[in-house]
Design a protein around this ligand. Structure first.
Ligand SMILES: [Zn+2]
Ligand SMILES: [Zn+2]
Length: 80
C-alpha cells in the first residue's frame, strides 16, 4: 500500500482501498509510522480546479497538502 498524499511532514499516511462505497465516499487505509493500519470511510474532497474544464481531486475531504490536480498541473508547467 502506497501513500496517496504528495510529499508531506504529517505522520499520518493514507492509501486508497476502494472507492466503491456509498456515493461521495471512499474507503481509505490510514497508518502512521509503526502504528497498525486501520480502514476509514472518508468523504471525497469536494475541491475541484477552476477553469473551463474543472478537474476533481482524488483525495478525501480535509486532506493535508495539495490536491491531486495541483500536482498534475505542476508537472505540465515544468515540461513547458
Ligand atoms: Zn504519506
Ligand atoms: Zn483535494
Amino acid at each position: 500500500m502506497q501513500c496517496q498524499l504528495s510529499a508531506h511532514d504529517d505522520a499520518e499516511h493514507y492509501g486508497l482501498l476502494s472507492d466503491a462505497g456509498p456515493y461521495g465516499t471512499a474507503l481509505w487505509l490510514r497508518w502512521s509510522g509503526s502504528t497498525e493500519a486501520g480502514p476509514a470511510t472518508l468523504p471525497d474532497c469536494p475541491v475541484a480546479s477552476s477553469g473551463r474544464d474543472p478537474e476533481g481531486c482524488c483525495l478525501f475531504a480535509g486532506h493535508p497538502e495539495r490536491h491531486t490536480w495541483q500536482d498534475a498541473r505542476e508537472e505540465v508547467a515544468y515540461t513547458d
